[in-house]
Design a protein around this ligand. Structure first.
Ligand code: ZN
Length: 492
């Protein structure tokens, strides 16, 4: 063990840390651990950082008024409750304090255990103790990970939703992460969880931005294309929420397809590998699945954006075709979050127990074939086609999503009411539950106050109703409650 040193924090507290030779070093900082490893103390590689007043001001804002992991009453972000603070403290590895002495630095929590590999994770790669950076799961290394570490499509989609929600939360506050990448998002498909790290390079509104360039493959094309210009040149494009939206889309694409959206077979330059890379990811970037330009399309694309359903397909096209060189055209994190939630509701379990991904997005009932293992479904497809009443226009209804129902599935407020969205604020009480008994399908009232049946009768808590094909009913007498049209498609 190394020497114990003491850091003095801005608020005067003193905390111990262990000085080791060759501490882990990233692009911006190096890290020492607490004696009990419950937190880390990080200092900047740049020896002048302590004199950088802009950096100090920015850190103060990040730890205080812009901090989503701290309740407003404890000095965190405006409007942030303790419940939301707790939620986001699991989504971000947010700095806890500023170190004043021996030099400017930050204190961060240690990542939770689930984000470290164990000796069983990938014996061939010897990963025990390493953190679960996204790239282990989206590159060729994936094949060497144990089956349970790799997770299934449901886990990857959950990770996609959690990451998108966290980025949306940053953007809502006007913050930009600026360096989202497969190094700065740790994921654990085994647990369906993710956490964003390296928060201190955030762009904060009305403050001098950090000099962050980003990570290869996640730097937006316009930033890469203008990188050689002087830092003060107005033509130079800097990291922002719009460049975050590019990096977010790259990560989402990698989580769902295990490949990079721009790195295809197209050769842009034979001068040098560096020049080719610059063009492929910068000024000449072409999406591997561009519908009008197949020049960068690999010949072996087994699963494509079409296979993850229409909501995500259209956003991937909006980002990597329309928005690739036009930052304004990129979909927002909120749009992604909504599309991912709708896609989640279309997940169907694959009938093949050996299927690598376990689930697939069943967007077309007439083509019930898993794109991962090509198994044709033989089980029932039960669906709720939801409609929401247009506000102020009684009796006029709008399509509001489809839910693919499975045995034991729980339905929550956001499924049943038009005014609730599945975000961090949504109540997680199970209102209704689906049950299959003797080959018949039932909807059980767990906690819905005024559940109504097909003839408008009240169904009390604990009671259930049998579902039939082409049945239509309003779920509840309460305001904003949706209408359901049931379809039962027996594929046997
Ligand atoms: Zn399958």
């Amino acid at each position: 063990m190394g020497t114990i040193a003491e850091a003095v924090l801005e608020d005067g507290r003193r905390i111990p840390y262990v000085i080791e030779d060759n501490p882990p070093r990233g692009g911006m900082k190096y890290t020492y651990f607490a004696p009990d490893r419950s937190y880390v103390v990080q200092f900047y590689n740049d020896p002048n950082a302590s004199r950088d007043e802009q950096l100090r001001m920015r850190l103060k804002a990040i730890l205080g008024q812009y901090n989503p992991t701290l309740a407003e009453k404890n000095g965190g972000a405006a409007g942030n409750s303790e419940i939301l603070a707790e939620y986001f403290s699991q989504r971000f590895c947010w700095p806890l304090a500023i170190v004043q002495f021996p030099e400017l630095g930050i204190v961060c929590p240690t990542y939770p255990d689930e984000f470290f590999f164990t000796e069983h994770s990938a014996p061939q790669l010897k990963l025990a103790g390493k953190d679960k950076k996204s790239h282990w799961f989206t590159s060729m290394n994936r094949d060497f990970l144990s089956k349970d570490e790799r997770g299934d499509l449901k886990a990857m989609l959950r990770i996609a939703i959690l990451l998108t929600r966290s980025v949306r939360r940053l953007h809502q506050a006007g913050l930009a992460h600026t360096d989202l990448s497969n190094n700065n998002v740790l994921i654990s498909p085994k647990d369906g969880n993710c956490i964003i790290i390296d928060i201190d390079s955030l762009v904060v509104p009305n403050m001098f931005p950090p000099e962050v360039i980003g990570t290869r493959g996640y730097i937006a094309p316009e930033v890469l294309a203008t990188l050689s210009l002087d830092y003060r040149d107005p033509r130079r494009r800097r990291p922002s929420t719009q460049t975050d939206l590019y990096a977010l889309g790259v990560l989402l694409y990698e989580y769902l397809f295990f490949r990079h959206p721009l790195l295809g077979p197209k050769v842009h330059s034979t001068v040098s590998a560096g020049e080719n890379d610059f063009l492929a990811l910068g000024p000449k970037a072409v999406f591997v699945e561009d519908p009008d330009d197949s020049s960068n399309r690999p010949t072996n694309l087994a699963v494509t954006i079409k296979d993850v359903g229409p909501f995500l397909e259209s956003l991937f096209l909006q980002l990597f075709v329309n928005g690739l060189h036009d930052p304004q055209a990129r979909p927002s994190a909120l749009e992604w979050e909504r599309a991912l939630a709708k896609t989640w509701d279309l997940l169907h379990k694959c009938d093949n127990p050996q299927c690598e991904m376990g689930y697939f997005v069943l967007y077309d009932e007439n083509q019930p074939i898993c794109p991962y293992c090509h198994t044709r479904l033989k089980s029932d497809v039960i669906r709720f086609h939801l409609k929401t009443e247009i506000r102020g226009k009684g009796g006029q209804w709008l399509d509001d999503g489809v839910i693919d129902i499975s045995d034991g599935m729980a339905l929550y407020g956001w499924h049943l009411f038009g005014n609730i969205f599945a975000d961090e604020k949504a109540d997680k009480t199970v209102l209704l539950q689906v049950e299959k008994r003797n080959d018949k399908w039932y909807l059980v009232n767990r906690n819905l106050k005024q559940m109504t049946g097909q003839r408008g009768q009240t169904i009390p808590k604990g009671e259930s109703m049998m579902l039939e094909d082409k049945m239509v009913f309003r779920l509840s007498r309460e305001k904003f409650s949706k209408v359901v049209y049931v379809t039962i498609n027996r594929l046997r």
